[in-house]
Unconditional design. Structure first.
Length: 461
């Protein structure tokens, strides 16, 4: 369709709109949903469409598919933008849909970027979806679990659309070259290698691939016969900077930081550096990444390498001092170090186990022996009675119970033998054996139980 300008001329539609598929047979990709016998195709062909959410990256055909469904199911199609519409516009559209229902007509309301609606706007659709006044098709690039309220989401089926493959995109580009709606009426010289480069550059986005093709052809070299030749230089200029798929507040944000964390945990520095680069080059705040690395240093390494935490903190400070892009190397150093360091999650497990006990037993009193007796009344109530100052003992350990009676003997910190934590494990085992002996006999020197070379041991007298 063409639009009239104020001066009476025509403004041609973008190539991507002119080539928009009109049928399932022309639709590219999504064979997991639309292939022969697949669930969504069966629903469309049997005219049993219900409200649904299309979730997928940009340019994979969410709007196009909704339009095809409207045509196949003989329904009125209302295109609704979550960016420019409010409650008033929703009610107007719903009234129109209600009138259509009275005349036996189906109405498909397509809401692009439905995640941009607030809760009140989303709730405005609920009664009309419930009584069948409309079939709601929402499109979103964000995880519906996070962005769409549960009441509306429970009334919609979610279909996940995938990024198109390079082969799918090359087929679309060749169709654009052949189609009369594209460049079929012109002589265009462009190599298959160039089409493959455009497809790879588009990163699964059909609209992006077709728009890039249109750009390079319109900027191609025209000879005396009118033939257009796309040169390597033109293609290079059009594909200089790829826009990375990344939303710092959306699901992809959490996917990438999870990939970074799990790559470091799996001692894979190459994967960790790749995911780090993906985040930073897409515009992520380097201080956010540095904070996650600090957390990792204690959660996944801990005392197995006690240098990990100060190095992570130093990387954060370096990022704060000099910023991007220079701080990329500081983060790379930290990420590689974390990947190659010995791993232990014993600190994480210790706290999580203790947290459960703390929550369930919030009323447990502090043992009297380790309470401070700062007043005479407190002394009369036996606060601090029997307390032993560990530094005054020969072995620097006092035979006291510091946990509540209900948790006596509970073990939270269970050290591994990974890296330097093996030394801590030997030290703790010696302390536990010492405490066990105090229950059955006179005190013995814990110094005898310390392993040779233990850096925590005090000097021999």
């Amino acid at each position: 369709m063409e639009q009239m300008t104020l001066f009476g001329g025509n403004v041609a539609q973008p190539l991507a709109d002119r080539l928009r598929p009109q049928s399932l047979e022309e639709f590219a990709g999504q064979t997991h949903l639309l292939g022969p016998g697949k669930v969504l195709r069966r629903l469309i062909e049997s005219d049993q469409i219900s409200s649904m959410i299309f979730w997928g990256p940009p340019g994979v055909g969410k709007t196009t598919l909704a339009r095809i469904i409207a045509g196949r199911t003989r329904a009125t199609f209302i295109d609704f933008s979550a960016v420019t519409s409010g409650i008033k516009e929703i009610r107007t559209v719903m009234q129109q849909a209600e009138d259509n229902r009275r005349y036996g007509e189906k109405t498909i309301v397509f809401v692009d970027e439905i995640h941009r609606f607030n809760k009140a706007q989303q709730d405005a659709f609920l009664p009309y979806v419930e009584k069948g006044s409309i079939i709601l098709i929402g499109a979103t690039t964000e995880n519906p679990s996070f962005e769409i309220n549960s009441a509306l989401l429970s009334r919609c089926r979610v279909f996940v659309l995938q990024a198109l493959s390079a082969d799918d995109l090359v087929s679309l580009l060749k169709r654009a070259l052949r189609s009369p709606d594209g460049f079929g009426n012109q002589e265009v010289h462009i190599t298959d290698e160039m089409l493959a480069l455009i497809a790879n550059f588009a990163n699964g986005d059909a609209r992006g691939a077709i728009s890039t093709l249109e750009m390079v052809i319109l900027n191609g070299e025209i000879d005396e016969t009118g033939a257009i030749t796309v040169t390597g230089e033109t293609l290079s200029q059009a594909t200089q900077k790829k826009s990375l798929l990344y939303d710092k507040k959306g699901e992809e944000h959490y996917n990438l930081i999870s990939a970074l964390h799990k790559s470091m945990r799996n001692s894979d520095p190459d994967a960790a550096v790749y995911w780090l680069a993906r985040m930073l080059e897409a515009g992520e705040d380097p201080l956010y990444v540095a904070r996650r690395v600090i957390r990792f240093a204690s959660e996944d390494i801990g005392l197995a390498d006690s240098h990990a935490l100060p190095l992570a903190v130093a990387a954060y400070q370096a990022c704060h001092f000099i910023g991007m892009p220079e701080c990329t190397l500081h983060l790379t150093e930290a990420v590689v170090y974390m990947s190659l360091a010995p791993k232990s999650n014993s600190l994480y497990r210790a706290y999580e186990t203790a947290k459960l006990d703390a929550i369930e037993q919030l009323a447990e009193p502090v043992p009297l022996v380790i309470r401070n007796a700062v007043t005479g009344l407190m002394k009369d109530l036996d606060y601090g009675k029997g307390y032993q100052y560990a530094h005054d003992t020969e072995d620097k350990i006092a035979d006291m119970q510091c946990l509540p009676d209900s948790l006596a003997g509970r073990r939270y910190y269970q050290p591994t033998e990974e890296g330097a934590e093996g030394v801590f494990k030997e030290r703790l085992d010696a302390i536990l054996r010492w405490r066990e002996r105090q229950k059955t006999g006179p005190q013995q020197k814990v110094r005898q139980e310390r392993p040779a070379g233990n850096p925590l041991a005090t000097e021999q007298e």
